[in-house]
Design a binder for this molecule. Structure first.
Ligand code: NDP
Ligand code: BG6
Length: 593
């Protein structure tokens, strides 16, 4: 039985209310500096309007999504002949103040011709549309330098849209409606004039409603500031909110990250910046806090007293194919550990927040990050995959990629032992492992508990008491699951024990398909919910932890240990774990099948 009725299934809509303190503050944000005064004159209204407009399909008495025709600019012109007025003028003309006007959200995907936009952003927006999670009035614009017509954008986008397995009904009809609300504008990233043209088109579609604007920067980081500058001058919302989603990487180290933050803050307030770490939008990462804080059986065990070690494991069974150029400048520590795994660690290890409000959670996460012991070189192992032939197929090595410089020392694998210097976690190793071109694709959190003191059944486990300890596994992907390894008596007249799993396999328990992380995060950004986005002090703390190590690895030109494509990674990772009396849980006999 569901504990509470969700509105939009992947959304935070259900947990939001108009009186919510974090939301009240979010509505005070400045769009871009040039429109701040207007924004401050409409405190809490843009959000209020938005909240009244978003109603998901699942909710009783749901408002049906508007048809594409309803959104067409021509209709807005017909509606009142008010096309061309600013939304404020429009409101005044029809005798409404801002609080009474309907709002609209325009989502501009900057870098719309790119890989991420096609693969993740447009499909996530469509999924939200299908679920009726987007507001009644919305428009999507693609923006990039490539020349494309609206029709060409729609054809490109349509190739990657899919309906969920459990949502086939009216799929093609819904796709068509969605595509009709997608438009394209070609422009340079540093051209205020091109963004002013975009602004004009956005206004046409906004049709005098209170305009809220979301920009998704799906572009290489070296042009983030150009875009933010041009957009802020020429296409920010004048009287609604303006928010900007920024994709990683957020710099390469403390210095470049601080420079990026400074650059963004020339044009944006911190609460307009939504730094995305899509791992925070994954269902099982989102579930971590629920598991821990709403089940009496876990929270009392969540400390050094009962937990022996925690493992955060990311592995992919493919290499950097196609992204070698990007990857070589970053490496696996920056690509996965400093953000995805460290964010999971902070969420896992934080103290109980005062509430589930964004700032309360982010305050606790940042305390964890700031309590971490500096990373030592001897606590890190790095590797790089090499070519391997298996079953007659030759898999390329990392440096075989033409976009990767010969002799590159960039790690494609890393393992590290980290420690949190606080009362809860003192001495508990948090082991991280991340690698590309390994034998399997898997992301999981493993919590290995201590031995049972004076275990009555220890003889049943021979000399290897580790085999008898409980282990909680949160498998983030694939085949999402949470299972707890326990000791159990094998049924029969004898007294033999085995290890069994109390298993919550999502595919068996829930018939619904799990939403992609980008869906949740996009919806949160539209709703102004910041909980799953990275605050600048979190980012600083994360870089402070990894920057000295990265510098040392690079200055000393430490050579990565080579491992064959498709293998279990460098042997060094086992020695590292063994130094702390730990065995990697994913490599135990029961887990490798
Ligand atoms: P792309 O390299 O595909 O770039 C996106 C678009 O930006 C391109 O279509 C191109 O559009 C424009 N562009 C590319 N290079 C340049 C350049 N040097 N100068 C100006 N414009 C350029 O990136 P992705 O779509 O793969 O990723 C977008 C962002 O998301 C990046 O920051 C990336 O690191 C991050 N990211 C990507 C992931 C992925 O899976 N792809 C995963 C996680 C993060 P046009 O030429 O039409 O202007
Ligand atoms: C991205 C990394 O952030 O996450 C990629 O840049 C990686 O290298 C990807 O492949 C993994 O994301 P997911 O959601 O497919 O596990």
């Amino acid at each position: 039985m569901a504990l509470s009725a969700a509105k939009c299934p992947s959304s935070s809509a259900a947990r939001l209310s108009l009186g919510h303190p974090s939301l009240r503050s979010s509505t005070l944000l400045r769009p871009f500096p040039n429109s701040s005064a207007l924004a401050r004159r409409v405190p809490s209204r843009s959000f209020k309007n938005w909240n009244l407009n978003v109603v998901c399909k699942q909710e009783a008495g749901a408002v049906p999504a508007s048809s594409s025709a309803e959104e067409a600019p021509s209709k807005n012109v017909e509606n009142g002949g008010l096309f061309g007025l600013s939304s404020e003028e429009y409101g005044n003309a029809i005798g409404l103040d801002a609080s009474e006007r309907e709002s609209t959200v325009s989502i501009t995907v900057v870098g719309a011709s790119g890989d991420l936009a096609k693969k993740k952003i447009f499909p996530a927006l469509f999924a939200l549309y299908y679920e009726d999670c987007l507001p009644k009035h919305f428009t999507i614009f693609g923006y990039a330098r490539s020349k494309m017509t609206d029709a060409e954008l729609r054809t490109m986008v349509s190739k990657t849209l899919t309906c969920r397995i459990d949502k086939r009904e009216n799929c093609s009809e819904k796709m068509e409606q969605f595509l009709n609300r997608c438009f394209y504008h070609s422009g340079q990233y540093d051209s205020e004039q091109n963004f002013a043209e975009l602004d004009k088109k956005l206004k046409e579609h906004e049709g005098g409603r209170l305009p809220n604007r979301l920009f998704y920067l799906s572009i290489p980081p070296n042009i983030f500031i150009d875009v933010v500058k041009s957009a802020s001058q020429s296409s920010s919302s004048k009287d609604g909110w303006t928010r900007v989603i920024v994709e990683k990487p957020f710099g390469r180290d403390s210095q470049s990250s601080a420079a990026l933050t400074r650059g963004l803050k020339q044009y944006l307030e911190e609460d307009q910046i939504f730094r995305i770490d899509h791992y925070l939008g994954k269902e099982l990462v989102e579930n971590l806090s629920i598991l821990r804080f709403s089940n009496l059986v876990f929270e009392p065990l969540w400390s050094r007293q009962y937990i022996r070690n925690v493992q955060l494991i990311f592995s992919e069974d493919f290499g950097t194919e196609g992204r070698g150029g990007y990857f070589d400048n970053y490496g696996i520590i920056r690509d996965i550990m400093q953000n995805h795994l460290l964010q999971i660690l902070a969420l896992f290890a934080m103290e109980t927040p005062v509430s589930m409000d964004a700032e309360d959670i982010r305050n606790e996460k940042v305390k964890v990050l700031r309590s971490m012991k500096p990373l030592q070189l001897e606590d890190v192992v790095i590797g790089q995959y090499k070519s391997h032939t298996k079953g007659g197929v030759t898999y390329p090595g990392y440096t075989d990629d033409k976009t990767v410089p010969k002799g590159s020392l960039t790690p494609t694998f890393a393992a590290a032992a980290l420690f949190i210097d606080n009362a809860r976690w003192d001495g508990v190793p948090f082991l991280m492992k991340a690698g590309k071109a390994l034998h399997t694709r898997r992301t999981e959190i493993r919590v290995q508990f201590r031995h049972v003191p004076g275990n009555l059944y220890k003889r049943s486990f021979g000399t290897d008491l580790d085999r008898a300890t409980n282990e909680l596994v949160i498998r983030v992907q694939p085949n999402e699951a949470i299972y707890l390894k326990i000791n159990n008596k094998i049924p029969g007249l004898g007294m033999r024990l085995d290890r069994s799993n109390l298993n919550l396999l999502y595919a068996s328990r829930y018939s619904k398909e799990i939403p992609d992380a980008y869906e949740r995060l996009l919806l949160d950004a539209i709703e102004g919910e910041r909980r799953l986005f990275i605050r600048s002090d979190e980012l600083d703390a994360a870089w402070e932890l990894f920057t000295p190590l990265l510098r040392e690895l690079e200055e000393k030109k430490i050579a990565p240990e080579l491992y064959p494509y498709g293998s279990r990674g460098p042997v060094g990772a086992h020695y590292l774990a063994a130094n702390y009396n730990v065995r990697w849980g994913d490599l135990s006999a029961s887990e490798t099948t």
